[in-house]
Structure formats: structure tokens, C-alpha cells
Design a protein around this ligand. Structure first.
Ligand code: DAH
Length: 339
């Protein structure tokens, strides 16, 4: 019996197999219930009492050796390509769905790019601001309604710390730090305490532009606005300026563009006027320059500010402002991908 075990041990050392069915055949030959090792186990009953211990140990060694040899063969085989489990390297990959850019990011980038071509560079500031940078430095009177609890979010019951209500606060910060020439474009998120509906939200986005230098005039502003409107909405776009009021500009104006939907003939979108309002602008009030340490006798400047949502609505005809913040993939997927 011992000889038989030794012979099987030697045989097992040299076993070879290349395919799954060959390995399975070996397993059956040695390890199955009717296999060679099992039949030796059956013969074990007849082994004399003195030999039982030695033969028993040998048999166990044999069984383990057979098991581990077959496992080895299996592992070696699984590491190899076989016909069945083969990977087809010529098959085209599954398409990886690309994300899309958020429409507000697309439009914000487009606005900034147009002003960058005019020599403006990006400036940013904090969303949690103090009263000075959002209101006081910008010439808002103490009792101006924009400071009202209805409009402004105050932080931790401190009336001095607010969520900025407009990106004009970035102007203030830049003017305090730098002397003219200043030519900046400030994109960012702003907050107002509004009831959320299809046409108002408690946060939205603005882009602000500021240009301060010697001899900057209203004509410069008008030319920049015309350039912007034509680049953004097409070469046929017309602009008109209506007198308006902002505490930080004097004179102030609001700009309309000819309605791109009806071409100026009048439609529901432009309320049959042929014009749609898109931004506020004006010459920087000398008080604002002085508040920020800029000599208003030496320098003049213009500023303008627009809502990114409004421009996006015009461009993509999004009818409900809430779509911008709902993260609905069906909406977002319709925009340009991110690469
Ligand atoms: N800050 C104004 C707003 O939030 C927009 C604005 C108007 C900005 C006129 C300007 C400007 O720079 O000159 O409604």
C-alpha cells in the first residue's frame, strides 16, 4: 500500500493539463468518490493495526498533494486566455457617458470670454460679505430699501454681515486694493430673500464689469455694450439705453436688446414691445470712487451688471428658473458636453 501511495505521489507531481476539461478529468481520476485516492481510502480498512498510523498519514499527504496540484493547474489555466473565457481586444469599448456643462456655466463663460477679449480680467470676492462692501461703499443710503430685511439675508442676526445681494461688492474690494487702470469682470452667485417661483429664486448669478481709468466716458460704455450685445446675441442685435437709477452710478441706465425671438416685431416674450431688458449700467458715482480711495478728479469709470439666468433664459428659452437648481438630468443633458 505504501508503495502504491508513493507511486501516486510521484505521478501527481508530474500532472499536466491545459484545458478546463482536462483538469476536471484529473480531478475525477484522483479525487472523486470513485477516484484512485478514494479507493485507497477504502482499502485502508484492511491495513493492519501497526501500519494504520503510517499509512493514514501518507494517505492524507497524498490527498492534500492531489488537491493542491489540481488547484495549481486551475490557477495557471485561469491566468491564460482560452477560447471560451477570452477577452476580445478588438471590440469597441462601451461608450462612457460624458457629463454636460450647466447652462449657467456655459453662459457665464461666454459673457466672461467676450469681456476678456476687450481686455477685462476676472475678479472674484466672498459671498458672505459685510454691509460696507455690499451697500455703504456703493453709496446706498442708510434707509435704502435694498438693505431691508425683505431683500437681504443677514448672517447670525448681525446686520453688518450679509449674503451679498449683488456682485457689485467685488468692485468695491478691487477698488480698495488697486489703483486705476482697473478693468475687471466679476462673475458670481448672489442671494436675495425672495419667494421661490418660476421667475424668482433666493439665489441667482450675476456678472459685473468695471472699467476705471483716465477719461473713461459714457461713449466707451455704450461701445462696450454694443460689442457685447452683438457678440452674445448675434450681429443684427440692436441696443437701446433707458435712463434709470442705481445708487452707485450717475448717470445710470438700463439696456434693452432687440427681441431675438420676434426680431423686434413684438411677441409675448418681449410683451409686444420688440425689446427685452438685459442689464443695468452707468458711470461710477464719484462718491463710490472716493469711498474706495480712488481720486474722482483724476479718474472716471463705467460699470455694468447683468443676471446670468436672464441671459440664459433668452438664449435657451428656459421658462422656469427653478430648472437651474433642480439637478434634473433630463434638463441638464440637453446642453453641451464638458470637453
Ligand atoms: N448691482 C445691480 C443689481 O444687482 C446691477 C448693476 C446695475 C450693476 C448697474 C452695475 C451697474 O454695475 O452699473 O441689480
Amino acid at each position: 500500500m505504501i508503495e502504491k501511495i508513493n507511486a501516486l505521489l510521484a505521478e501527481i507531481e508530474t500532472l499536466k493539463a491545459e484545458k478546463a476539461d482536462e483538469i476536471e478529468a484529473l480531478r475525477i481520476k484522483y479525487l472523486s468518490k470513485k477516484g484512485e485516492i478514494s479507493s485507497l481510502m477504502n482499502d485502508f480498512r484492511n491495513v493492519s493495526a501497526e501500519q494504520k498510523r503510517e499509512v493514514g498519514m501518507k494517505l492524507n499527504v497524498l490527498k492534500d498533494a492531489a488537491q493542491s496540484r489540481i488547484n495549481e493547474l486551475k490557477e495557471a489555466f485561469e491566468g491564460k486566455d482560452s477560447d471560451e473565457g477570452a477577452i476580445d481586444l478588438t471590440r469597441t469599448a462601451y461608450p462612457i457617458p460624458l457629463g454636460t456643462r450647466h447652462p449657467l456655466s456655459l453662459v457665464k463663460k461666454e459673457i466672461c470670454d467676450i469681456f476678456r477679449r476687450l481686455g477685462f480680467s476676472i475678479a472674484e470676492g466672498p459671498e458672505v460679505e459685510d454691509d460696507w462692501h455690499v451697500f455703504s461703499a456703493l453709496n446706498f443710503a442708510e434707509d435704502h430699501p435694498a438693505r431691508d430685511m425683505q431683500d437681504t439675508f443677514f448672517i447670525a442676526h448681525d446686520p453688518q454681515i450679509v449674503l451679498r445681494t449683488h456682485t457689485s461688492s467685488v468692485q468695491t474690494r478691487v477698488m480698495e486694493k488697486e489703483q486705476p487702470p482697473i478693468r475687471i469682470i466679476c462673475p458670481g452667485r448672489v442671494y436675495r430673500n425672495e419667494a421661490i417661483s418660476y421667475r424668482a429664486h433666493c439665489f441667482f448669478h450675476q456678472v459685473e464689469a468695471l472699467y476705471i481709468d483716465k477719461n473713461v466716458s459714457f461713449a466707451d460704455l455704450k461701445q462696450a455694450l454694443l460689442f457685447f450685445a452683438k457678440e452674445m446675441f448675434g450681429a443684427d442685435t440692436k441696443i437701446r439705453l433707458r435712463p434709470s437709477y442705481f445708487p452707485f452710478t450717475e448717470p445710470s441706465a438700463e439696456m434693452d436688446i432687440s427681441c431675438g425671438i420676434c426680431g423686434g416685431k413684438g411677441c409675448a416674450f418681449c410683451k409686444h414691445t420688440g425689446w427685452v431688458e438685459i442689464l443695468g449700467c452707468g458711470m461710477v458715482d464719484p462718491n463710490v470712487l472716493e469711498n474706495c480711495g480712488i481720486d474722482s478728479k483724476k479718474y472716471t469709470g463705467y460699470a455694468l451688471g447683468m443676471g446670468v439666468e436672464r441671459i440664459t433664459n433668452l438664449k435657451y428659452r428656459v421658462k422656469d428658473l427653478r430648472m437651474f437648481s433642480e439637478n434634473d438630468i433630463r434638463f441638464l443633458d440637453q446642453f453641451e458636453s464638458a470637453h
